[in-house]
Design a protein around this ligand. Structure first.
Ligand code: FEO
Length: 392
């Protein structure tokens, strides 16, 4: 795709990656993604904000073909989907300097072997004049790595945010046109990438909110010309209050755990609790992450394999622990053949979760009347706990 004009002297110069289906060999991309770079041409100097993933470097270079000079490459983030084309851009523009945070400089040298003399680090709040346009650099650590920053274009009130507020969405829309679709993609992005840094993001949001913002231009997905849409969504996602939701990831080998899951889901639904049930053998792990954004309770369902939880359950528990959602309660249900240490092993996998553990329900073989009664009790407890916390 060709470069696209946003304002006088401001261009989108990114690449849309329609067919990418996996990021970091981990994160599913059902809707592809984009790598957005932005060219800012002032009356005196020209800056390129971020670059693109190396797999699409030719797209960026063709967009820059008629651009005679780039003085600065602003590197918001060292991850290669934004920084990976910097070496090629520096080859083309021999006088260009990379502007980044002090941490960013070290990481870009480590990851991309960029020579030290091509860098100038910028302080938090530092400004740079391009002539008629002024860039203000705002350090915003942990959106997504510790070195990240954003840039505010003062005259045009545009905030360039890199991963912050991004969405993995391949689209020809320069601006958000379908808010529900972008909401889902941005929530998935937040859940998978940003949620572990929820508390730092609260501070970063406060830091940027004092500015007048006409556009939020992230480096993934479309530009927000109604910034309050995505800022409001983030405020909700990072809030301390979960919702009246149970997330139930599980595996089942011969149907016993499956039976328990189905019974518990029904018992919770009867009591007015919303449940998201995920069979880990088929689920999109991103959907599980999205559900964890708002959930108050996680119930993990597992059969017993070699005395411990099913390997898929290990993975899901590790993921939930790493994402640090705002869960308040947790429990475990499942079945075993002759002996099990599944409860102890799962509990050991979730030390980051600040949760109250509710009595697990584990049965030998297929569940029977007493087990169903125990599941009813668990459903009652969860519903009461949610009510006590006034969760809606
Ligand atoms: Fe889009 Fe953290 O890179």
């Amino acid at each position: 795709m060709k470069a696209r004009k946003i304002r006088e002297g401001i261009y989108w110069t990114g690449a849309v990656d329609w067919d990418r289906r996996l990021f970091d060999s981990l994160i599913p991309l059902p809707d592809g993604t984009s790598y957005n770079a932005y060219l800012i041409q002032g009356t005196a100097k020209t800056a390129l904000i971020d670059t693109v993933d190396p797999r699409t470097v030719d797209v960026l270079l063709s967009q820059l073909e008629t651009v005679q000079n780039v003085d600065y490459v602003i590197a918001h983030h060292a991850e290669q989907d934004h920084s990976g084309a910097i070496p090629r851009v520096l080859e083309k523009y021999e006088g260009a300097m990379v502007l980044t945070t002090p941490k960013g400089k070290g990481m870009l040298i480590d990851l991309l072997c960029i020579p030290e003399e091509r860098f100038k680090t910028v302080d938090d709040g530092e400004t740079l004049s391009l002539g008629d346009k002024t860039l203000e650099f705002i350090h915003t650590p942990w959106v997504h790595w510790p070195e990240t920053m954003v840039t505010y274009l003062q005259e045009d009130h545009i905030l360039f945010t890199c991963d912050f507020f991004g969405s993995h969405l391949a689209t020809t829309d320069l601006y958000v046109t379908d808010e529900p679709r972008v909401y889902e993609a941005a929530k998935r992005y937040y859940a998978e990438i940003m949620m572990p840094f929820r508390k730092v993001i609260q501070k970063n949001l406060e830091k940027i909110e004092s500015r007048e913002i006409a556009l939020i231009a992230p480096s993934h997905g479309p530009i927000y010309d109604r910034p309050e849409f995505i800022v409001g969504a983030y405020r909700d996602w990072i809030s301390e209050e979960p919702k009246n939701i149970v997330v139930l990831p599980y595996a089942s080998m011969h149907g016993s755990t499956q039976k328990m899951v189905e019974y518990l889901v029904s018992a919770l639904a009867e009591r007015g609790v919303t449940v998201y049930q995920f069979d880990l053998s088929v689920t999109d792990i991103g959907k599980l992450a999205i559900a964890l954004v708002d959930a108050a309770t996680i119930v993990i369902g597992t059969p017993t394999v070699h005395v411990g939880p099913h390997p898929l359950v290990f993975y899901a528990a590790h993921l939930a622990n790493a994402l640090r959602p705002k869960l308040k309660f947790a429990s475990i249900i499942g079945s075993y053949g002759w002996s099990s240490k599944a409860i102890e092993q799962i509990a050991g996998l979730i030390p980051n979760l600040q949760v109250e553990i509710l009595d697990p329900v584990v049965c030998r073989g297929f569940p029977r009347e007493a087990d169903f009664q125990a599941l009813d009790n668990l459903a009652v407890t969860i519903a009461e706990k949610h009510k006590e916390h006034h969760l809606v």
